[in-house]
Structures are given as structure tokens and as C-alpha cells.
Design a protein around this ligand. Structure first.
Ligand code: KMH
Ligand code: ZN
Length: 309
């Protein structure tokens, strides 16, 4: 059997948990479009996208804040567009799924459990904030629940079902894999699912190799070999764990949404720089990187001509 190619997802802009503490983080329509195109050029076959209000810089789930960059990305690249349904910690699931439904994207995220998704330690690290709202949003995240109840997941799944969108099932801990299995058993999602092991978020599982192996073994136990997977490690372990995942037969996600750095202590210049770095490592380690059409085939996507933008 031919060796599976590595799919690189790039998550372009921080919205839920990455304050704008680097000038490289794109948040305007133009910069999101530009960096997404460059990331695709560098080898990302999937672009995971959030939007920001272009006046306040706040995370936005208003489809009008997606329109200005979605069309440009589609015209300039054949990358798969994956729209976030995470939105922001404080929004309802009904609001959060609106962009994915409006644009009937090929993919969207699906967060598989509720958690105290917290990044409040950052409030002590920074003094000057790009946007004033970020100070309180970050500091108060220790008291915030990122709500993804079974009822929320069911609502998202049933609302989005007619759109034939492939989900990136974001699992932040081992229990979320069991949540996914339960949801599959009651018919909400069909195999083969695409699972993103999300590691290194405070409130979820830590980003280390033992935990990655445990997540993978648990997923093997629950889903057999009828699933695809990828790793997103937030922060310093982003590139090291992605490299490890590629050697374990998994796919990788990088991007400034999850880490502002290219290596320890050095801010990344762009999303494309992170994509180029992981691509180089993966190829040096003997894996080939998937093109967008190869990613479409592996993940059984509906195709870029069936989206609504
Ligand atoms: N940045 C990830 C840790 C979403 O967009 O639905 C969380 C995320 C969630 O990507
Ligand atoms: Zn996201």
C-alpha cells in the first residue's frame, strides 16, 4: 500500500486564545487573505480560518467579516477552506456555526467537549495590549467555560448536516475521544472521522509524547483503523509534536492561531514560515506532503466547487 502523505493544516489567525501579541498575527481581512495564500503556497493544503471585526479586532462570527477574505483565498489557491465553529469563548453554539453554514465550507471545526479553556497566565506576561478588550478577555479566561455540551454538539451536527461539511473533530483530552465515540454511536458522525488531537491548552491534556501516544492508542481502541488524525500542539511544542506525529502516521497542524513562535524564544514572521519549517522537517524525515486534492481524497471532501463563496 502506498505510504500516506502528510496533510498540513495551517490555522491562520488567533481568535479564541491567542492575543495579538505579535505584529505577524494577521487580523485584518487583507492580512488574513495574504497570509492564507502564502501558507497555501508554502504547502498547507487546509486553511483553518477565524475572522475578526476589522474595527475592534475582536473575534467575529459575522459572515460579513469572512466574505472579504474567503473569495480572495478561493480565487488564488486550491487549498481546502476549514471554517472555525469555535468562534470565541463567550459565544453560543448557534452563533458559532453561522459562518460554516452560511458558506457551506468543505470543512469546519467541531469542538468535542466543554472545558475551562484558559490562557489567563498570559495576562501576567504582557503589559501592552494591541486591543484593550484583550486584557480582560485573557485575564478572565480562568473563569470561562468553553461550552460544547452534547446538546451543543448535536445542534451543530444536525444544523450543518445538509451542507456535507467534513468536521475537524477537536479533541483536547482523552475524554473528548469518548465523547466523539458516543456521538458516532448515536449517529451524529460517520466513520472515517478526522480527529485533531489538541494538546497543550491549559484545561486540556499536556503537550508531550507520552500523551500523544496515549491519545493515539485510545483513538485506535475506539475507532479501529477507520479514522484519520492530526496533531495541534499549542505553544512551544507545536513543531516538535507535529514532527513526531508525522512519524507516527499522523497529519499536522501549525499556524499562528496556536503558536506565535517559530522556535523557542523567536517570534514567527508569518504563517508561511511555520508551514515551510514543518514541511522541511517532514520531508527530511522521509514523508511527502499532501496537495489539496490529495487531502480531499484522503478526507473524502465534497470539493472546492461545492462551497458557497
Ligand atoms: N486553536 C485551537 C486550540 C476552533 O477553531 O474551533 C482551538 C480551535 C477551536 O481551533
Ligand atoms: Zn480555530
Amino acid at each position: 500500500m502506498a505510504k500516506q502523505k502528510t496533510i498540513i493544516t495551517c490555522a491562520i489567525t488567533g481568535a479564541i486564545h491567542t492575543p495579538t501579541m505579535s505584529d505577524a498575527l494577521p487580523w485584518t481581512y487583507d492580512d488574513i487573505a495574504q497570509q492564507a495564500m502564502e501558507a497555501a503556497e508554502a504547502g498547507a493544503s487546509i486553511l483553518h480560518l477565524h475572522a475578526r471585526d476589522n474595527e475592534t479586532g475582536a473575534p467575529s462570527v459575522n459572515p460579513d467579516d469572512f466574505t472579504p477574505f474567503l473569495g480572495r483565498i478561493k480565487q488564488a489557491t486550491d487549498a481546502v477552506v476549514n471554517i472555525s465553529t469555535g468562534g470565541s469563548l463567550t459565544l453560543s453554539i448557534q452563533d458559532r456555526i453561522r459562518p460554516a453554514a452560511t458558506f457551506s465550507a468543505e470543512m469546519c471545526s467541531m469542538n468535542m467537549g466543554s472545558m475551562n479553556f484558559s490562557f489567563h497566565p498570559l495576562a501576567k506576561r504582557y503589559k501592552d495590549w494591541k486591543f484593550e478588550w484583550e486584557r480582560d478577555y485573557v485575564a478572565n479566561s480562568d473563569g470561562n467555560i468553553f461550552r460544547n455540551t452534547f446538546r451543543d454538539i448535536e445542534e451543530a451536527a444536525t444544523t450543518l448536516a445538509p451542507h456535507d461539511i467534513k468536521f475537524e473533530h477537536e479533541c483536547y483530552d482523552v475524554g473528548h475521544l469518548y465523547n466523539l465515540k458516543f456521538c458516532m454511536d448515536i449517529g451524529l458522525f460517520k466513520a472515517p472521522v478526522f480527529i485533531q488531537f489538541v494538546m497543550g491548552i491549559l484545561g486540556g491534556i499536556g503537550a508531550d509524547i507520552d500523551n500523544l501516544v496515549f491519545m493515539k492508542k485510545t483513538a485506535d481502541k475506539l475507532f479501529g483503523d477507520d479514522y484519520r488524525w492530526s496533531v495541534l500542539a499549542a505553544g512551544a511544542q507545536q513543531i516538535p509534536l507535529a514532527a513526531t506525529a508525522s512519524q507516527m502516521g499522523g497529519n499536522v497542524r501549525v499556524g499562528l492561531e496556536d503558536s506565535l513562535f517559530i522556535r523557542r524564544g523567536e517570534l514567527a514572521e508569518s504563517n508561511a514560515q511555520q508551514v515551510a519549517r514543518i514541511r522541511h522537517i517532514v520531508e527530511e524525515l522521509g514523508c511527502d506532503v499532501a496537495t489539496p486534492d490529495e487531502a480531499r481524497e484522503v478526507l473524502d471532501l465534497k470539493g472546492g466547487d461545492k462551497v458557497n463563496f
